[in-house]
Ligand binder design. Structure first.
Ligand SMILES: Nc1ncnc2c1ncn2[C@@H]1O[C@H](COP(=O)(O)OP(=O)(O)OP(=O)(O)O)[C@@H](O)[C@H]1O
Length: 366
């Protein structure tokens, strides 16, 4: 197992800079996801780590071992890097059985048959495909094929596991099951893992940390909570989850805070970092951090809840139910905000409601 260091790598294709001066340190045994829109350079970054593509600049290091260095002309071929790779298309050999597919990397290194059989059998148990040895890929479900591909990538006990959208061909339910399985298997065997996806929900569910990529660069690298709660800029805020953006200035009065802005609006906010300057910022407010209430609530009668002066007004302009929560759109007169609640509080279209923000986080727009 190894810590992975990517130091200032750049990869250009003609006039396109697919990976632009990217540095990344992944801890030993960590599972990170590279998340970004199509064309942001995720697969190219993975190929550079695997050794399938050589960067134009930079260094790639597995533990103490330099596997690529532009300046000293080191380029270890993929088969000597001790990496496992799983692609979106499982790329199983259709004419081979499950046992032959999974055992292939061992056989090509001339490991004896009984040992191959034993190691394949152990690996199939780990991916919960015990007894599937003699089956052929076309007789397996998508999720089962995916496990075979994973078993094949892990049979050589790689120190680094690279996963390029491995779950994107599966339907939603299977995909969610496989996310849990993938993490379980990765924890069991412990390779340092880099997973690529453009699905933010999957990245949040599965990763220790997420590197958000845009136009060849990593714009933020942090835990799912950090990336969700304190996105660095508008791109990350919009890409990871749904967000409301409010432009204004925070004012504090005693232990209460408000965001005020253009046209004189004033909206109470419970948790907001102290303003570093008096200038206007863009604040991100997640839908679950908007609390909507029917009627003025007196703090005298309901200790612990907001009182009148701690609320603002809006009109409900949209409501929809998604199975586990209600989604509302409320028009405040100065913005249309999106809010979610777990229970149906019974707000109807056209209702005049009161609301407050439970949390807001300033964006660091460059
Ligand atoms: N072999 C290549 N030749 C020329 N351009 C390439 C090549 N590989 C990638 N690119 C370009 O580099 C950029 C990054 O591509 P890459 O496949 O790394 O993005 P990605 O984030 O993985 O996208 P997707 O999510 O669609 O797979 C794109 O503009 C792509 O067209």
């Amino acid at each position: 197992m190894a810590q992975l260091n990517v130091d200032r790598i750049t990869k250009r294709f003609g006039g396109i800079t697919a990976v632009d001066d990217v540095s990344l340190t992944v801890r030993d045994g960590e599972f990170i996801t590279v998340l970004g829109p199509s064309g942001s350079g995720k697969s190219t970054l993975l190929s550079c780590i695997a050794g399938i593509t050589n960067p134009d600049l930079g260094i790639v290091q597995f533990g103490d071992r330099v596997v690529f260095s532009h300046s000293t002309s080191i380029s270890v071929p993929p088969e000597y890097r001790n990496v496992g790779f799983v692609f979106q298309s499982y790329a199983l050999w259709p004419h081979m059985t499950v046992e032959q597919n999974v055992g292939y990397p061992l056989r090509s290194r001339r490991v004896s048959r009984p040992i191959v059989r034993e190691r394949v059998s152990k690996m199939l148990e780990i991916v919960r495909l015990g007894g599937f040895q003699k089956r052929r890929p076309h007789t397996l479900s998508g999720g089962e094929q995916q496990r075979v591909a994973l078993a094949r990538a892990l049979i050589m006990e790689p120190s680094v596991l690279l996963l390029d959208e491995p779950l994107s061909n599966l339907d939603r339910k299977l995909r969610e099951e496989m996310q849990v399985e993938l993490r379980r298997i990765q924890r069991t065997l412990g390779p340092t893992t880099i997973h690529v996806t453009h699905d933010q929900g999957e990245a949040m569910a599965i990763s220790d940390r997420i590197a958000v990529m845009k136009a060849g660069r990593i714009v933020q690298f942090g835990t799912p909570e950090e990336v969700y709660r304190t996105p660095k800029n508008e791109f990350v805020a919009g890409f990871v989850g749904t967000s409301n953006l409010i432009s204004g200035t925070v004012i504090n009065e005693g232990n209460r805070s408000w965001i005020t802005g253009h046209g004189g609006f004033r909206v109470p906010v419970v948790r907001v970092p102290p303003p570093s300057t008096e200038t206007i910022n863009t604040y991100i407010v997640r839908p679950e951090d908007i609390e909507i209430l029917h009627t003025p609530v007196s703090s005298k009668h309901n200790p612990g809840t907001a009182n009148d002066s701690e609320l603002a007004y809006a009109v409900v302009t949209r409501r929809s139910f998604n199975g586990s929560f209600m989604i509302y759109e409320i028009d405040t007169g100065w913005a249309v905000l999106r809010a979610v609640t777990h229970s149906d509080r019974g707000f109807r279209l056209g209702d005049r409601v009161r609301f407050r923000l439970l949390a807001a986080s300033p964006l660091q727009n460059e």
